[in-house]
Design a protein around this ligand. Structure first.
Ligand SMILES: Cc1cc2nc3c(=O)[nH]c(=O)nc-3n(C[C@H](O)[C@H](O)[C@H](O)COP(=O)(O)OP(=O)(O)OC[C@H]3O[C@@H](n4cnc5c(N)ncnc54)[C@H](O)[C@@H]3O)c2cc1C
Length: 374
């Protein structure tokens, strides 16, 4: 199936690069417009789950990622004080075969970018696109959480601050951390750590419920002391890791109204531009990868843009709604306090002992999905 169209992609993030590559591999002429002067991903990690790896396999990138990236062996939930284990999800024994990988964002975006160049995609950097001149091209707006295209053409309803902020940082790994993603659970807060770049770095995402508003986006840096203060009752190991942070970013997490319309005229939205979500399932980029593959498939399958876009939205919206809802539920589950917290942790510990595969199998609907079979 080929795409006999010219395609303009707005945004060279993970979603924009993936859709540019998927369309170019099907024969489309693709031009990407990026506001930044160069690729500028923040120095942080991203977790690619098996459903995202399935798309990367279809794009021809999975072997390279497997060869150069650490496979995550487990997800551990731990109590914040002394690090006592609450739940252990064994991703090697019970997870999906495609595997979970934690990769540095800059490395990931570079791999997508190089694959785009090798497939003939052209790029214009330093081009802040408000609106592309109306021509016959298909426009794919992958311009992220603060999408100008969403607010201008689809819906300019404002987001609301969720009352949660996420700090992000990396530090050198001096801890011999295994390839495990660990979620340290505390009332009103949680903190995720996982190793990156063959274990040389530790990636940290720390989430706190608070009333002081913060903007959404990685442009806001913060004083690491604020992060340390917010987590100073965590285990000595975590406090030691936080003590070594020199620079960090803070992102105000926002709730966005669910988008009912994913396209208009010759333009479709993709990734965070159409379905920003709280990051508590680590699925925003994985969903953008799935969107990319399915939108390219629909453009190849249907001659008319509106038919292709309608099929794309139909294939994506329900699944994305489930993931958005599951991400919001996780915020509450991670931040429990008092009796509810004790009961929930006891249930998780007992379930792990009786049926260790059940926790991860409950997520087969998410991780077992293969967009390439659409
Ligand atoms: C704390 C945190 C942790 C996360 N962890 C994970 C994780 O582990 N796994 C996961 O799957 N997801 C995770 N996510 C979510 C993930 O980061 C996003 O969902 C994903 O990056 C969205 O990709 P995107 O391409 O849609 O948007 P973006 O990555 O935001 O890319 C948008 C691009 O468009 C460009 N742009 C914007 N406006 C314009 C314009 N007008 N003209 C031209 N270019 C423009 C931007 O410069 C940018 O390059 C996390 C999010 C947060 C906040």
């Amino acid at each position: 199936m080929t795409i006999n169209r010219e395609i303009a992609v707005v945004g060279a993030g993970i979603g924009g690069l993936a859709v540019a590559l998927a369309c170019a591999q099907r024969g489309a002429t693709v031009q990407v417009y990026e506001q930044a002067r160069a690729l500028n991903e923040v120095g942080a990690g991203i977790q690619i789950s098996p459903n995202g790896m399935n798309v990367l396999a279809a794009l021809g990138l999975a072997d390279d990622i497997r060869a150069t990236t650490m496979r995550t062996s487990a997800i551990n939930l731990r109590d914040y004080r002394q690090g006592r284990l609450v739940s252990h999800l064994d991703l090697l024994k019970h997870g999906q075969p495609a595997g979970h990988y934690a990769i540095h964002r800059a490395d990931f975006v570079e791999k997508l970018y190089q694959a785009c160049l090798a497939t003939g995609v052209s790029f214009q950097f330093g081009n802040d696109v408000e609106m592309l001149p109306s021509d016959k091209r298909v426009v794919i707006a992958a311009d992220g959480v603060n999408s100008k295209h969403r607010s201008k053409f689809i819906n300019d309803e404002k987001s609301t601050f969720s009352g949660q902020v996420a700090w992000r940082a990396t530090v050198k790994n001096t801890h011999e951390l295994p390839a495990i993603s660990t979620v340290h659970l505390a009332p009103s807060r949680h903190l995720v750590t996982y190793p990156l770049r063959q274990g040389n770095l530790i990636n940290i995402v720390a989430v706190q419920e608070r009333s002081i508003w913060a903007d959404s986006g990685w442009s806001m840096t913060d004083d690491p002391e604020n992060l340390r203060d917010a987590f100073d009752d965590f285990s000595p190991e975590i406090c030691e890791i936080l003590g070594r942070i020199d620079d960090c970013f803070v992102w105000g997490l926002h709730n966005f109204p669910a988008e009912k319309q994913w396209y208009t005229g010759n333009m479709a939205l993709l990734g965070d531009a159409v379905h920003p979500m709280l990051p508590f399932m680590a699925q925003g980029a994985n969903m953008a990868l799935e969107d990319a593959w399915i939108l390219a498939t629909c453009l190849a399958r249907f001659e008319g843009n509106s038919d292709a876009f309608a099929a794309y939205q139909k294939a994506r919206s329900l699944r994305v709604d489930h993931v958005v809802a599951a991400s919001s539920r996780n915020a509450a589950a991670f931040h429990l306090s008092g009796v509810k917290r004790s009961i929930a942790h006891t249930v998780l510990r007992t379930a792990d002992k009786i049926a260790p595969s059940v926790g991860i199998k409950r997520l087969d609907w998410l991780y077992g999905y293969d967009a390439a079979k659409f």
